[in-house]
Design a protein around this ligand. Structure first.
Ligand code: ADE
Length: 272
């Protein structure tokens, strides 16, 4: 997967060199490219914002640097454009010798914004199937709306919120989404089973929170690991984990219970 990130604070993305994502990048599972929006400004002060039409507080990000950034980043000659299925090279009329089937298809543009649709694990799973994502990190009061309208003529565009609170800009939200998507890419997590058992994973754990976990020693500061986990009885362990997940969900997220597919609940679940 290829990910481009456009921001006026490229340094925000230093953590993408670390841990799972750093390893995924080193293993060529993930190609992340961070761009400084100011490199598409043309004035001495590298201006990216201006006062809002209609008045009001704060500043709005100017369309010009965003338009040029997206044009340049999406003008890779090894991709198939979204609307025509032709390569960008073919669409430009330049002779194209490569085979379209060997090129990645076009990008999907993600705009993190508190006004977007809520980000969920289902969202992350869908995005993890895409070959190419571009994150446009807005600051101030947001990006001039024409940038999205213009981009949407060439590529799918999604406005996504990571929660009902307001961050200083889209950078932290982008880190959240990139990490959530990247750990779902094949080969990123050592144990594929842990994705299947995640809270919110589709299937049996859909809309259930994971219960408590323990490691050695079996007794610590007078607190014992639940004996069933030491029993070696895998059926009993699975049942205990499911009971704990149901109890935790009832306790901390009762709103999720209504969203559980009844087909994923057995008789015993209903007793919990
Ligand atoms: N930018 C500012 N707040 C945000 C949020 N909650 N989600 C996504 N992007 C944001």
């Amino acid at each position: 997967m290829r990910i481009d990130i456009i921001s006026i604070f490229p340094d925000y993305f230093a953590p993408l060199d670390l841990s799972l994502i750093g390893k995924a990048r080193a293993a060529d599972i993930l190609d992340v490219c961070v761009h400084d929006l100011r490199s598409w400004t043309h004035d001495r002060h590298n201006t990216v914002d201006d006062t809002p039409y209609g008045g009001g507080p704060g500043m709005v990000m100017k369309p010009q640097p965003w338009g040029e950034a997206l044009d340049e980043i999406t003008a890779r000659d090894d991709v198939v454009t979204a609307d025509t299925g032709e390569s960008a090279v073919a669409a430009s009329g330049v002779e194209d010798t490569g085979k379209a089937s060997e090129r990645p298809s076009g990008p999907r543009l993600i705009l993190p914004t508190p006004s977007g649709v809520p980000f969920t694990q289902a969202h992350a799973l869908r995005l993890s199937q895409e070959p190419w994502l571009i994150f446009a990190c807005g600051r101030y009061e947001g990006i001039d709306s024409r940038v999205l309208a213009d981009a949407a003529t060439r590529m799918p565009v999604e406005e996504i919120s990571i929660g009902d609170y307001v961050l200083g800009g889209g950078e932290v939200a982008t880190l959240v989404m990139v990490e959530t998507v990247a750990r779902l890419l094949p080969g990123v997590l050592g144990n594929a089973q842990s994705v299947a058992e995640d809270s919110f994973a589709p299937g049996a754990m859909d809309n259930l929170l994971e219960g408590p976990v323990y490691t050695k020693p079996a007794s610590w500061r007078g607190l014992d690991v639940p004996p069933v986990l030491l029993s070696g009885d895998h059926g009993a362990v699975d049942r205990w984990r499911r009971d704990e997940a149901l109890r935790r969900t009832v306790r901390t997220r009762p709103d999720l219970l209504e969203r559980i597919d009844p087909a994923h609940l057995d008789e015993r679940d209903r007793e919990v």
